[in-house]
Design a protein around this ligand. Structure first.
Ligand code: FAD
Length: 371
């Protein structure tokens, strides 16, 4: 079993790369269908990458996401319209299976180790050794393979965590709704005709379960942000996630590349993780056609710019959420100038640079001049 490209991990990023590179071999440790804690909101830029790979999420029945709302108690609601291609609510149980099936992922085959040789990469799997011309590790957050390569970076600063669950409802109004509360945030996305996902994000202390266990804690946090969902039926397990962020020291060297969460994870609050990973897959699908040392160098530069942009957007979002007076001022400014929020979301998903935000947009975001 040999292949010009071996992709480790058949999540959305690995599967999409597999779809884009004919002849590649995608090896997945688990089997489908399988679930994964996620906010399940795919931004328009991610929908477009998949469209380019021949995956039509509208035709496959994934609900449209037409706007993103930011709200806080007592503050005006700021809403950005996603004009053009809508985002999609991607219930991971179905979405990951769809992509894996299209990419012909080989399930039940865990990769145990990688060894770079002058002419290729030796991929050690549960089923034997595979020879690869190049390897992309798309094995998710905190992959042991990244640790083995010595590319992990020590985590510093405050750690954040998540609790994720699904609820039966009328499916919401087609918007992602982010609720900023003083000690945690919630992120709601419509993921089915009668189902929404709600992720609760915050420091460990805010999310820690009491005597009633994880579900009781989830329900009490949910009720603070969405009282209308207090009695809604929870349709599956409540997942824990974190800690975040999980940066890496390096994303490529020689014939080995990292993509998706394996190439570093920031914070779920901005809901851009899958989109960023799909954009990495798209970049790599083109770059791997070049000679590999130059592809590795180009990917490092491109990834560094993407990471910096995402980190700054994430930083802004987290600053807003942690400071109630700033939250109120910023939401007031953004509610009065939705264009500023729309431009910020374009920057967040990589379809515009920071230059798209003019002085009036920054003034709205920071709400300068208002008392
Ligand atoms: C709480 C939370 C909320 C989020 N909300 C959003 C959101 O709203 N929108 C968004 O876009 N993103 C969101 N994200 C981020 C998103 O979930 C990830 O960015 C996305 O899953 C990354 O996809 P991936 O393919 O890189 O990794 P994964 O989806 O983790 O897939 C990795 C795959 O690799 C396999 N694997 C691991 N090790 C091996 C091995 N050794 N051999 C073979 N296979 C292996 C695993 O079994 C898995 O199937 C959220 C994340 C969290 C935690």
């Amino acid at each position: 079993m040999d292949a010009p490209l071996v992709v480790v991990g058949g999540g959305p990023v690995g599967s999409t790369l597999g779809l884009m590179v004919p002849g590649s071999l995608v090896l997945e440790a688990g089997s489908f269908p399988r679930d994964k804690p996620c906010g399940e909101g795919l931004l328009p830029a991610g929908v477009e990458v998949l469209g380019g790979a021949g995956v039509d999420l509208e035709a496959a029945g994934y609900p449209a996401i037409r706007g993103i709302q930011y709200r806080a108690p007592g503050a005006p609601v700021a809403r950005a319209t996603l004009s053009g291609t809508p985002g999609r609510g991607v219930r991971r149980l179905r979405f990951d299976s769809l992509l894996a099936a299209r990419a012909g992922v080989r399930s039940g085959c865990r990769v145990l180790g990688l060894r770079q040789l002058p002419s290729g990469v030796e991929v050690r799997t549960q089923e034997g050794v595979v020879g690869a011309g190049a390897v992309v590790v798309a094995a998710g957050i905190g992959s042991p393979l990244v640790r083995q390569l010595g590319w992990e970076r020590a985590r510093g600063g405050a750690q954040r965590f998540g609790l994720v669950g699904h609820l039966e409802t009328d499916g919401g109004d087609g918007d992602i709704v982010v609720t900023l509360l003083p000690s945690f945030e919630t992120y709601l996305a419509p993921v089915g005709a009668r189902e929404v996902l709600v992720a609760v994000l915050g420091p460990r202390g805010a999310l820690r379960s009491g005597p009633g266990g994880r579900e009781a804690r989830y329900r009490s946090l949910l009720a603070a942000a969405h009282p209308e969902l207090a009695g809604a039926r929870i349709t599956g397990p409540i997942w824990g996630a974190g800690p975040f962020p999980r940066p890496v020291a390096q994303v490529s060297s020689g014939r080995i590349f990292l993509a998706g969460d394996a190439a570093g994870f920031l914070d779920p609050l901005t809901g851009d993780g899958i989109t960023a990973g799909l954009q990495q897959a798209e970049f790599l699908a083109h770059a791997l056609g070049d000679d590999l040392p130059s592809a590795a160098a180009r990917y490092r530069r491109w990834h560094r710019a993407q990471w910096r942009r995402r980190r700054l957007v994430g930083y802004l979002a987290r600053q807003l959420s942690g400071h109630p007076s700033l939250t109120h001022r910023a939401l007031g400014g953004l509610a009065a100038r939705p264009l500023a929020l729309e431009r910020l979301i374009m920057v967040s998903q990589g379809t515009s640079g920071w230059g798209a935000l003019g002085a009036a947009d920054w003034a709205a975001l920071l709400n300068w001049g208002r008392r």
